[in-house]
Structure formats: structure tokens, C-alpha cells
Design a protein around this ligand. Structure first.
Ligand code: WT7
Length: 656
């Protein structure tokens, strides 16, 4: 049985690599596209700095830069050196000065069906008032503000207000647990947290404020917590006297204008934590001028943003996709952005299609995991709605299988919308590899080619560019404006993680393959990161959560392929002496991890074992665990200290 599965797995990879379908840009799309001439690639590669300088000119600068790029001290890049600007000014004020003042900036839909539209003028007023609130609480330029909120307009207002006064924000995804918040608040040394009493998910209010309260137990640094009232029972919300303040009360008397802080191009704009090889999430640092330049130009060219578009990115703002392509990229371009609070299947499985029809969404950006779920739910849900307003589709977060790509193309795009499969990372800040929809032909499953001004390649272990058809490590060979500047308070980790494999070359931690046409296909990650529904989860983080349970002796965690989620989490656990490995304990442990990290980290499957497969020097052989979890033939076991461990695990796997 396992042999058959192995062949199947290999067959599907082969099938992917042999994908021959080619979709040329639609003629009408090309004619009107923001980029309709391929020469942009050559021009940019001949003069990268010139290209990026031209992109930076899309922004309003208070003071122009003296130097486009300072790369004299790699890997520490400086972009637009000496330039001064403000992000909230670029995302709001400059639009308010034009006819766009009454254009919808945010078209918001709450999960229960409530609606709000904020024009650029509305957004300007709210951002200015809230910036004054922050200032009034003593928040200064450089102070890190932690934000833990549902998908409501106030989240965008809070972020823009932080940028207005130069206080870097650190957003913690609303699905994370109290422990995860605590870890991030402490690492960022925040003294202010902004949250809400809750946000709606499947009809229930998520207990965001309770999580914050738990996270702050014993914390002496956080002085104030601002709470937005989203729920209906404010009297039931615990408000810590002297610490917790209601958003609406603070806003009542706030002044309506706040001078935007002129920020240095290299001043920190925000921190965003992401998973890596060790158990401790890294605080990815993004700065002001380069980041805004990259997200503004990529949003303009890749999503082909036009004045009349209605743009919807379904990502939560708790992830980088939400930062760059829900908030900063589209707003800097003056777009109308749809924002939705809840899940795709609540109250019914057509909620997304209903929203597209209702607001006439023209550009739709989502993740492969969502597309695979839509496929499974079937076309009865899409057929109920008029999706003819759509003109461009995007995908992000994980490799998209060609079947899902074709389904997206056929049933959502009605075979007339280009699809942009956008590759990037929390660390890259903006999309680095993606087709430009007016000029690049697409192949289902390929991220195609690097954005103009980006030098991507696939290298072998010696640093040589691989031959067409070969696989290797995906790298970026020269700096780009929105690249992370460091890991917060940990330059060494920044250097070790991204810059130690090849000289002055950014290591993405992804493996990829280049085909005969130079198209890039992502194969997977090289580090101990599992991509669950497009979310990065570190195996070490999950292992730490397991061993934190009093009954667990040892844990090894790996990723296994999953039809909808792409990958899911599988754990191998040994329990302590005298503990019985019961089905109840199995459930308890899975719940324990969900409580420690957040529901997204809940393991799909836990195997109990009397021991884990280790080498004689004590190293856990994850490769073998991967074989077992996938039901493949188990690889070479000769280096194991005790090969009988494998038999025991295989038996368990086969019995389900
Ligand atoms: C990792 C980054 C920034 C987007 C959200 C995820 C994988 C991302 C693609 C894509 C194949 C992709 C990579 C990357 N990934 N986009 N279009 N095709 N894989 O951001 O959490 O920082 O994860 O997601 O493995 O390294 P992230």
C-alpha cells in the first residue's frame, strides 16, 4: 500500500513539472494594462536603482533622498538614504487633496452582515484623531505598539495612526493565543496594546480582550490597553482600572488634525513576527521608504490597480499579505478596498461570492487553500452569484496545484481573468516573483518570473545557477527596497538565517525549479517550517508547546501533505513514565497545542510511541517520520540506534 502512495506522490510532482499549458495575456487586458510592454524587464535589469528610484517617485516625499541605495555594509541595506516621508500621509492625506476625498477607501462588511463605508476623508479624520489619542497617551516616535484586533476598519485606522506619529506597530493575528501575544509583546517591549472586546467568527465573538488580559498577567511594561467595542455587552468586558481605556471614549475629545511625523526613509515602520527554525518567532523589521515604494509599485503593476477598481484581498491583516496588500499597497494607490471580518463559509458557503456580487469586486486575491475548499464545496455556490465584475485574480501563500489553478480560472474567472500567482514572504515585504498580467504568459502552478528590478535565481549548493529543468535553492541576488532590515534585536539571527548560505545573496529558504522557459516553480521549504493553509508554523514552536504539557516526555513534529490545507501538522509523542497513552490524552494534547499557540497550530494527528527514531548520537530523524506520516516506504534506517521503533510507528500509521 505504501509503495502505491509513494508512486502517486511522485506522479503528482512529475505532473506538476511537466505542466505544459500556457495562457497568454488576454489581448484586451494587455491593451489597457498598467504595464503592457515587456521592455520594462530589460530596462529595470540594466539599471535597477534607476528603476526603483522611478518607483519611489510614485510617493510624496517631504524631502527627497540623496542616494537610492547604500549597500556598503551588506547585508544591511539602506534605501532612499536621506529621504523623508510619512506613510499615513501617502495613504490618506494625498488622496484627500484630490477628488478622491469622497471616494470609498474601505468598504467593510462585518460577519453578521453589518456594513460600513469609509471614504478617504472619513479615514483621514479617524486616523488623525486616533493619532492624537496615541500621542495623548504618551506614545512617541519609535515606541512599539502591539495591535491584536479583528478585521474591522479600526484596525486599519490604528495602523495608519501609528505610522502617522512614527510608532512602529506589531500586529498579532487575532487567532493567536494569550501565550503567543505575551511572547510578542515582551519581545517588542511594547507599552501599549490596542485590542477589541472581540470580533465575529462563525457567529461567536472571539474573546480577544480575555486573551490580552491573560497575556499581560505579570507584565509590568504595558501601561495602557485601548479596547474597541465591537460586541454588544460592554458591561461584561473586564476593564482593568488605570490600564484599560475604551476607544470611543478616547476618541470623543480627540482633535481632528495631527501633523504627520516626517520619518526618515530608514526609520522602522513595523515589526511582524513570523516562524522560523527555532522555537522563538522572529520579529521581522520593515522600514519606511523602501517598503512603501515596493508595495505601492507592485500593487499598481501586478494587480493592475485602476481608479475604478474594487479590490478585495481576503487575507487577515495579522499576516504580511494583509499589511502589504490590504492596507499599504492599495491605499497608497488610492484604491477602494473591500474588507471582510469573517470566514468564507458563514453563514453559507457562498459568502465570498455574495460579497463579490454585492460590491462589484473587480480584483480578488486569495490563497490556494481557500480555492481548494471552494472546489470541494462545488460550483452550486458560485453559480448562485454574478461574478462578472471580476477582471483579475490573484493567489498567494503556498504552491497552487494546477487543478486548483484551472478551477479558479474556469469557475471564478470565467476563463477571461488573468491569474497572478504571487510569491513572496513576510521578510520580502512585497511580491518579488509573479507575472505582470498584461505581458507575461502564465502556466498553472508556476510563479513565472521575477518582478522588474528583482534578481531571482535558483542555485545549487555551490552557488551555481541550475540548468533548466533542475531544482535548487531560490535566492535573490541583489537587495530590493522592501527587504527586511534585520530581525528585531537580533542582527546575528538575521545574518545566519538569510545571508550565510551564499555571499551577499538572500536565501529564501525555499526550494524551486526553473523550467526551459526560465519559469520558476516553487517546490517547498528547506527549513523546519510547515505551511498550513498558507500560514507558517515552526515545528519547534509546536514541539515546545507539546513538551510544556506535564505528561509529555518528547515530541517531534513534521508536516504532512493535506488535500485542502496544503500541509498539516503531525506529531510523534513519547509520554512520561507511568502515563497511559489513551485516546483522551491524544485529544487533550492536540487541544493543548491549540491553546498554547492558537487554533491554526492544532495538530491533525498525534502518534504515540515508546521512543522516537534517533541516530546513535541522539538526533531525531525527521525524514523517516515524514515517510511514516505520508505512508511512504520508509527510507534508510541503518543509522538508527533502535530500528524497531520504526516498525511500531508504521503499524500505528497503517491502523489509522
Ligand atoms: C512562504 C512565506 C507573503 C505571502 C504569505 C506567506 C510560501 C508564498 C507562495 C506562492 C508557492 C509560496 C513560500 C514562502 N509561498 N507565496 N505564490 N507559491 N509558495 O508569507 O508566511 O512569510 O510565508 O510561503 O514557502 O517562503 P509567509
Amino acid at each position: 500500500m505504501s509503495v502505491g502512495k509513494e508512486q502517486q506522490a511522485e506522479k503528482s510532482i512529475e505532473a506538476l513539472l511537466e505542466e505544459q499549458r500556457l495562457f497568454e495575456p488576454f489581448e484586451e487586458f494587455r491593451r489597457n494594462a498598467n504595464v503592457s510592454d515587456e521592455s520594462i524587464y530589460e530596462e529595470a535589469s540594466e539599471d535597477r536603482e534607476g528603476f526603483w528610484a522611478k518607483q519611489a517617485e510614485r510617493l510624496d516625499w517631504f524631502e527627497k533622498w540623496d542616494k537610492v541605495l547604500d549597500w556598503s555594509n551588506p547585508p544591511f541595506a539602506k534605501w532612499f538614504v536621506g529621504g523623508k516621508l510619512n506613510v499615513s500621509y501617502n495613504c490618506v492625506d494625498r488622496h484627500v487633496k484630490t477628488w478622491r476625498r469622497n471616494k470609498a477607501a474601505i468598504i467593510w462588511e462585518g460577519e453578521p452582515g453589518d456594513e460600513r463605508v469609509l471614504t478617504y476623508k472619513d479615514l483621514h479624520r479617524e486616523v488623525n484623531k486616533f493619532a492624537n489619542v496615541l500621542k495623548g497617551l504618551g506614545i512617541k516616535k519609535g515606541d512599539r505598539v502591539t495591535v491584536y484586533m479583528p478585521m474591522i476598519p479600526e484596525l486599519v485606522i490604528a495602523l495608519l495612526a501609528c505610522t502617522r506619529i512614527g510608532a512602529p506597530h506589531s500586529v498579532v493575528f487575532g487567532g493567536y493565543s494569550a501565550d503567543s501575544i505575551r511572547q510578542r509583546v515582551e519581545d517588542a517591549e511594547s507599552n501599549l496594546v490596542i485590542t477589541a472586546d472581540g470580533g465575529y467568527r462563525r457567529g461567536n465573538l472571539l474573546p480577544l480582550k480575555n486573551n490580552v488580559d491573560k497575556a499581560l498577567e505579570g507584565n509590568t511594561l504595558v501601561e495602557k490597553v485601548i479596547v474597541y467595542q465591537r460586541g454588544e455587552n460592554p458591561e461584561k468586558v473586564h476593564m482593568e482600572p488605570g490600564r484599560d481605556l475604551w476607544w470611543h471614549e478616547l476618541m470623543e475629545d480627540a482633535e481632528v488634525y495631527c501633523e504627520p511625523e516626517p520619518m526618515d526613509s530608514e526609520d522602522m515602520l513595523f515589526l511582524l513576527y513570523t516562524s522560523g527554525t527555532t522555537g522563538k518567532p522572529k520579529g521581522v523589521v520593515h522600514t519606511t521608504g523602501g517598503y512603501l515604494t515596493s508595495v505601492t509599485s507592485t500593487a499598481h503593476m501586478i494587480f493592475d490597480l485602476k481608479e475604478e477598481d474594487v479590490y478585495w484581498c481576503t487575507a487577515d491583516i495579522g499576516w504580511i499579505t494583509g499589511h502589504s496588500y490590504m492596507v499599504y499597497g492599495p491605499l497608497s494607490n488610492g484604491a477602494s478596498v473591500v474588507m471582510y471580518e469573517g470566514g468564507p463559509d458563514y453563514p453559507e458557503k457562498d459568502r465570498f461570492w455574495e460579497i463579490i456580487e454585492k460590491y462589484g469586486v473587480t480584483i480578488f486575491y486569495t490563497a490556494p487553500t481557500a480555492i481548494r475548499a471552494f472546489m470541494r464545496w462545488g460550483t452550486e455556490w458560485t453559480e448562485k452569484h454574478d461574478l462578472s465584475s471580476l477582471r483579475l485574480l490573484g493567489t498567494v501563500g503556498e504552491p497552487i496545484n494546477p487543478e486548483a489553478w484551472m478551477w479558479y480560472h474556469k469557475y471564478i474567472g470565467n476563463e477571461r481573468c488573468p491569474i497572478v500567482d504571487t510569491w513572496w514572504q513576510t521578510e520580502t515585504g512585497s511580491i518579488l516573483i509573479s507575472p505582470l498580467p498584461g505581458v507575461v504568459s502564465t502556466k498553472p502552478g508556476s510563479i513565472t518570473r521575477a518582478f522588474p528590478g528583482i534578481e531571482a535565481d535558483v542555485l545549487d549548493e555551490h552557488g551555481n545557477s541550475v540548468e533548466p529543468g533542475q531544482g535548487g535553492f531560490l535566492v535573490i541576488k541583489s537587495p530590493w527596497p522592501s527587504m527586511l532590515r534585520t530581525v528585531y534585536n537580533d542582527d546575528q539571527r538575521f545574518i545566519d538565517t538569510y545571508w550565510s548560505n551564499y555571499e551577499n545573496t538572500y536565501f529564501t529558504e525555499d526550494t524551486a525549479r526553473k523550467d526551459e522557459d526560465g519559469y520558476i516553480w516553487i517546490l517547498g521549504r528547506t527549513d523546519d517550517v510547515i505551511n498550513v493553509s498558507g500560514h507558517r508554523i515552526g515545528t519547534m514552536e509546536v514541539e515546545s508547546a507539546f513538551v510544556d504539557h506535564p505528561k509529555v516526555a518528547e515530541a517531534a513534529v513534521i508536516g504532512r501533505s493535506h488535500d485542502i490545507k496544503g500541509q498539516c501538522i503531525v506529531a510523534f509523542i513519547t509520554v512520561k513514565e507511568g502515563v497511559e497513552a489513551t485516546p483522551e490524552l491524544n485529544d487533550e494534547l492536540r487541544q493543548h497545542v491549540a491553546t498554547k499557540i492558537g487554533p491554526i497550530a492544532r495538530p491533525e494527528k498525534v502518534y504515540f510511541s515508546s521512543d522516537l527514531p534517533k541516530t546513535r548520537s541522539g538526533k531525531i530523524m525527521r525524514r523517516l517520520l515524514g515517510d511514516i506520516a505520508e505512508g511512504r516506504v520508509v527510507g534508510d534506517t541503518t543509522t538508527l540506534a533502535d530500528p524497531s521503533v520504526i516498525e511500531q510507528l508504521v503499524k500505528q500509521q497503517q491502523s489509522g
